[in-house]
Ligand binder design. Sequence first.
Ligand code: COS
Length: 383
Amino acid sequence: MALDRETMRGLLDTVARYVRERLKPLEHQVAAEDAIPAEIRREIAEMGLFGLSIPEEYGGLGLSMEEEVLVAFELGKTSPAFRSLIGTNNGIGSQGLIIDGTPEQKARYLPRLASGELISSFALTEPEAGSDAASLKTTARRVDGGYVLNGTKRFITNAPHAGVFTVFARTDPDQPGAGGVSAFLVEAGTPGLSLGPIDQKMGQKGSHTSDVIFSDCRVPAASLLGGKEGQGFKTAMKVLDRGRLHISAICVAMAERLIDDSLRYAVERKQFGQPIAEFQLVQAMLADSRTEAFAARCMVLETARGKDRGETVSTDAACCKLFASEMVGRVADRAVQIHGGVGYMSEFGIERFYRDARLFRIYEGTSQIQQIVIARNMIRELA
Ligand code: COS
């Protein structure tokens, strides 16, 4: 544990109160305007939330994985767009640098990522390389003193706000698979780097994604992550192991929020002369949701503790992502059902969570990719 018990308790209480009093009242506005107010970004930065998982020596809080998921259990109890704002700096946008970056690269970016001055993005997915990430086509051609990048990255979270991108590109055209991929740290504003328009999404309004386009984008040799070619795909997989656990914690939090909303509604709403919570068919939905969210919470905590003990948790993190993201889909569906017509109307926000939750089964690896990761690792372990 990075923090003592009391400091950790204080952090969790602060985040829980901030979510309850400051963020929840803004949920509707953020979705309607598809934007997070600038003062929220400032407040979140002041609270240190951009640097939860960044080591203390670089200005972050240096939380352990268990501590990070405990914070996510609180932060995820509101619209996921708020979490997404800090999600890349704490997760996929910074972890490649933390895990495999050189000391110079860490010193250059991590302090500004921890403070929230700089936003980071993880540019792996391409139009023709989604689940099959190792088939990516973006190229990084070695030239005197650096590399020239060409290609398009798709659905890149926080790209419109990012100051630095971790970009995965093929340095070895003769190696079509994972071995030919390298990672680069590319700064926004580098000539040859441009963005597509902001994507119009089904949900998670207020969190922005776009294409990131490289046309003859020249970067210095020092931007090669870790200074080594051919390591990029492994870096991406290690980053995703951690990211999948964080997303699972967010799924647990959203489920708990929806269960709380559903329970309160069921106790207040009367039909047939009594609160609908008295009806056993409604009770069954509440009980199933509570049971499944509890199971996911336990899985996430246990896996986070394993990661903190230094264990390889790729399989368990995939189990968490698979179960927690499918679980929150079912919980959100039951929440709409318990709320009935109110659940379907946009002014009450339940249908918004239903749409927001849908993404969890897709990004950072679809449910089907998690199943493949789990089964392949099981077979390998046996061998
Ligand atoms: N940690 C470290 N290394 C890993 C790893 C992990 N979790 N997973 C794989 N690797 C290594 C493998 O050991 C292998 O190295 P060697 O060649 O030295 O043995 C290399 O990476 C290639 O792995 P693999 O052969 O498993 O790659 P595949 O192309 O067959 O597929 C999947 C891997 C499908 C699991 C991968 O492409 C994937 O996760 N796809 C989903 C991508 C994704 O989540 N996208 C979401 C968008 S990013 S927000």
